[in-house]
Design a protein around this ligand. Structure first.
Ligand SMILES: O=C(O)CCC(=O)C(=O)O
Ligand SMILES: [Fe+2]
Length: 388
């Protein structure tokens, strides 16, 4: 039986194996359109009172999850004002706070990775910082917060939530931290509005996941009463052509898979996210990096490692990264290279209750399962520790 630490090492080994030989441009003669991409799923009918309608949407979700595990959703119910609010406050946070104001919120003051991280403080792919060579620093800076019952509009209990390590959130170094309201008076309220909406959407999606696995629609409900929900604001600063020159990887955020059940990602309409599609004859049997489409108004959803393990590998947790590339511009018939623009994104990493013993899914859903009963919190905590 693998321990959680063994699982973490195995995940890193799998990442290396899956990245080996990856290409970033299609082989000569292969058109971009022939390559796989990220499907768009209209969620409207998933809110229908008619089960047959909801099952149709669940079948699209199953197709996407058994392929790359990435899809985008429209008509998801998150309001335009919640989206504008959180993206606006993200920009304010990174632009307005001074380095010392950010540092006062640094994650080193917190046991559970809550607060601010500058580029280079953590490496999402530990191999990007193996200590042997001077690493290319991840340019991202971020602000992390986590679930708290006060952020959950559907919370039924204020006492049952426990943290990644199985203990209740008590003490300032185990709770969310917030910037001084005199600096950013609307920050916490804007995050709370978006958090509440994205949490409801995640629970709704979990019901579709259940249907898509031929389980009772409510199968996961009891496991998401006080769920893990880590929420990040990310800023990838604009990079000039001079800053990008000579960098091989142009790392915004290194190649990685997410750890929890699934991620709901909101971002500004700036490119940067790339997805590693598996090898195929079209790509000469090499994995290939493809840009995630920019579809304003949509959210991007991806299956993460815990759900992949739980579904016995039927649903795929796919490697992705963020790169800042120079932008090509044609001026007067001449191709010029400009630097990249700033990108802001807001991933929400959704998990089942961290304290629940998660048992294998029924064989009818995922076949004879290799999954061993474990707590999601233990698994995610070890994965996070490996990045610091
Ligand atoms: O910023 C993005 O677009 C992706 C972020 C991401 O993959 C992550 O935080 O895990
Ligand atoms: Fe990610």
């Amino acid at each position: 039986m693998l321990s959680v630490i063994d699982e973490v090492n195995a995940a890193q080994e799998a990442l290396r194996r899956r990245l080996a030989g990856a290409i970033s441009t299609p082989p000569r003669g292969v058109s971009e359109d022939a390559l796989p991409s990220v499907p768009l799923i209209d969620l409207s009918k998933s809110f229908s009172p008619d089960l047959a309608d909801r099952q149709v949407v669940a079948s699209y979700l199953r197709d996407a999850c058994t392929a790359s595990g990435f899809f985008q959703i429209s008509n998801h119910g998150i309001t335009a004002s919640a989206i504008a609010g959180v993206l606006g406050q993200a920009e304010q946070f990174f632009k307005k706070l001074s380095p010392s104001e950010k540092d006062a919120l640094h994650i080193r003051h917190n046991q559970l990775f809550r607060g601010y991280e500058a580029g280079g403080d953590t490496y999402v792919n530990p191999d990007d910082h193996d200590g042997t060579s001077s690493p290319e620093v991840e340019t991202k800076e971020c602000f992390n917060c986590g679930y708290e019952p006060a952020l959950d509009p559907d919370s039924t209990s204020t006492t049952s939530y426990v943290e990644l390590d199985g203990w209740p959130p008590s003490g300032p170094d185990r709770c969310n931290v917030w910037p001084d309201p005199s600096l950013l008076p609307h920050f916490k309220a804007a995050l709370a509005v978006y958090y509440g909406q994205v949490l409801s959407l995640a629970r709704h999606l979990f019901r579709l996941f259940a249907l898509s696995l031929n389980l009772e629609e409510t199968h996961f409900d009891k496991l998401t009463t006080h769920p893990g929900g880590i929420f990040r604001l990310l800023h990838y600063p604009a990079q000039s052509t001079a800053q990008l020159a000579g960098k091989e990887k142009m790392l915004g955020l290194g190649a990685h898979t997410d750890y929890e059940c699934f991620t709901l990602l909101l971002s500004t309409p700036h490119p940067g996210l790339e997805i590693l599609f598996p090898p195929s004859p079209l790509t000469e049997n090499k994995p290939i990096w493809r840009p995630c489409p920019v579809r304003p108004g949509t959210l991007t959803v991806n299956v993460a490692d815990f759900l992949m393990r739980w579904t016995n590998g039927v649903y795929k947790s796919t490697i992705h990264r963020v790169v800042s590339r120079p932008v090509k511009e044609v001026v007067g018939g001449q191709e010029l290279l400009r630097g990249s623009e700033a990108r802001y994104s807001v991933p929400f990493f959704f998990s089942v209750n961290y304290d629940a013993d998660i048992e294998p899914l029924p064989e009818e859903a995922v076949g004879p399962s290799k999954f061993r009963t474990m707590k999601a919190g233990e698994y995610v905590l070890e994965r996070l520790k490996a990045t610091a």
